[in-house]
Design a protein around this ligand. Structure first.
Ligand SMILES: O=C(O)CCC(=O)C(=O)O
Ligand SMILES: [Fe+2]
Length: 324
C-alpha cells in the first residue's frame, strides 16, 4: 500500500490499479506521454483520461484568439460570440484528442405524459463531469460538503465525476475570459448530420436566474438555431429563428435572459461537414444537488460506455478488458 500523502494533484496523476484497466490505444497513449503518469482517473471513470499533451496545452494558453462579439439586438437576447475562441491550430488537435480519449453514452430514458409512457433515445453521444455548488471533491476525489468537508457520497443517487484535466484546462480559460464560474462540463458528440438536439432552453431552476452558459464547438460546422419563446405579444419577426453557423473553435456565451426567453437547437442536416463529427462542450454552474442528479441522469444514465475507434472511425461500445 502506498503511504504517499494524497492531494488532488497526485490523485489525478497516479495511475491507480483501475487506471491500468484501459484499452490498448489509451494505454499506449499514456506511454507516449513524456510524463507517463499524466492521466486523470477516478473510481467512477470506466478508464483513465490522458492529460492534454504539452503542445496542445501551450497552444490553448493563447485562447481566446478573437474578441467576443456582443449580440443583443433582439428582444431579451444576450450573447457573446467568439469566432473563434480556440485558435485554429489548437481546435483540430483538441477535437481529435477529446473524441479519442473521452468516454461517451447513448442515453435512453422514459417520459410520462398523463398515463402514456414514451421511450426517448437521445439522438447524440453525451457525457458529463462536475458537481453542484453545495459540494466539492476532496483530495481523494470523494464528493464532500462544500462547507463542512464531510463526505456526501450517500446523499447523491448518481456518482459525480471530477472534470478531467483536459476539460478543466478549458474551463479555467473560459472562467478567466468571461468572469463567470463553472462547475459542470457537459459534452455532446454529434457523429453525423443525423445527430441533433431539438429546441429547448437550459432554464432549469438549479442553474439559478439568468445563468451564463459557455458553449464550444470543436470539429464539424453545424447550424445553431435560436428563436424567441412564444409570448402573447410576439410578432412574426421575433419568432423567426436566427442562425449561427458554429465552426470549430467557436464559443457562444449565452447569458442574461437568453435561457428564460429563447430556445436553441442543432437540427439534423444532410451533407455538408456534419458527417465529420462535432463535439460540443457546455460549461455551466449548478447551484443545488438536484442539478447534479439531473445532469448525470440525462448525460450518463446507466447504459453502455462508448469510445472512439480510430480504425473504424466511429464510436463503438467499449468493453472493459478486465471483465469477461
Ligand atoms: O451542441 C450545441 O451547440 C448545443 C448543445 C445544447 O444546447 C445543450 O447541450 O444543452
Ligand atoms: Fe442547450
Amino acid at each position: 500500500m502506498s503511504k504517499r500523502p494524497r492531494t488532488l494533484e497526485t490523485f489525478f496523476a497516479q495511475p491507480s490499479k483501475r487506471a491500468r484497466a484501459v484499452p490498448d490505444d489509451a494505454a499506449s497513449n499514456m506511454e507516449r506521454n513524456t510524463t507517463a503518469s499524466a492521466v486523470s482517473n477516478h473510481p467512477s471513470y470506466p478508464f483513465a483520461v490522458p492529460h492534454l499533451p504539452p503542445e496542445l496545452q501551450e497552444l490553448l494558453n493563447f485562447a481566446p484568439s478573437a474578441e467576443g462579439q456582443i449580440i443583443n439586438d433582439r428582444p431579451d437576447l444576450d450573447l457573446l460570440y467568439y469566432q473563434p475562441y480556440v485558435p485554429k491550430e489548437a481546435s483540430r488537435d483538441l477535437s481529435e484528442f477529446l473524441r479519442r480519449e473521452l468516454f461517451f453514452y447513448r442515453v435512453g430514458y422514459k417520459i410520462k405524459r398523463g398515463s402514456i409512457e414514451t421511450d426517448i433515445d437521445t439522438p447524440r453521444f453525451t457525457t458529463v463531469f462536475g458537481i453542484d455548488e453545495t459540494a466539492r471533491f476532496d483530495a481523494d476525489g470523494r464528493p464532500v460538503d462544500a462547507t463542512t468537508g464531510k463526505a456526501t457520497s450517500n446523499t447523491y443517487k448518481c456518482k459525480p465525476r471530477p472534470m478531467p484535466q483536459c476539460l478543466d484546462a478549458l474551463r479555467q480559460l473560459t472562467e478567466n475570459s468571461t468572469g463567470c464560474t463553472f462547475n459542470f462540463a457537459l459534452v455532446n458528440y454529434y457523429a453525423s448530420g443525423n445527430d441533433s438536439i431539438s429546441y429547448h432552453s437550459d432554464d432549469e431552476r438549479f442553474l439559478g436566474t439568468e445563468p451564463a452558459i459557455a458553449s464550444f464547438t470543436l470539429g464539424a460546422k453545424r447550424d445553431f438555431l435560436m428563436k424567441h419563446k412564444p409570448t402573447p405579444a410576439n410578432d412574426a419577426s421575433e419568432t423567426k429563428p436566427m442562425k449561427l453557423p458554429l465552426a470549430s473553435g467557436d464559443m457562444v456565451l449565452m447569458r442574461g435572459l437568453t435561457q428564460s426567453r429563447w430556445l436553441h437547437s442543432i437540427p439534423k442536416r444532410k451533407g455538408g461537414e456534419a458527417d465529420k463529427g462535432r463535439i460540443n462542450i457546455t460549461f455551466r454552474r449548478a447551484m443545488v444537488k438536484g442539478g447534479t442528479e439531473n445532469y448525470y441522469h440525462y448525460n450518463v444514465g446507466n447504459g453502455e460506455v462508448y469510445k472512439w475507434d480510430d480504425s473504424k472511425r466511429e464510436m463503438v461500445q467499449w468493453r472493459n478488458p478486465l471483465s469477461n
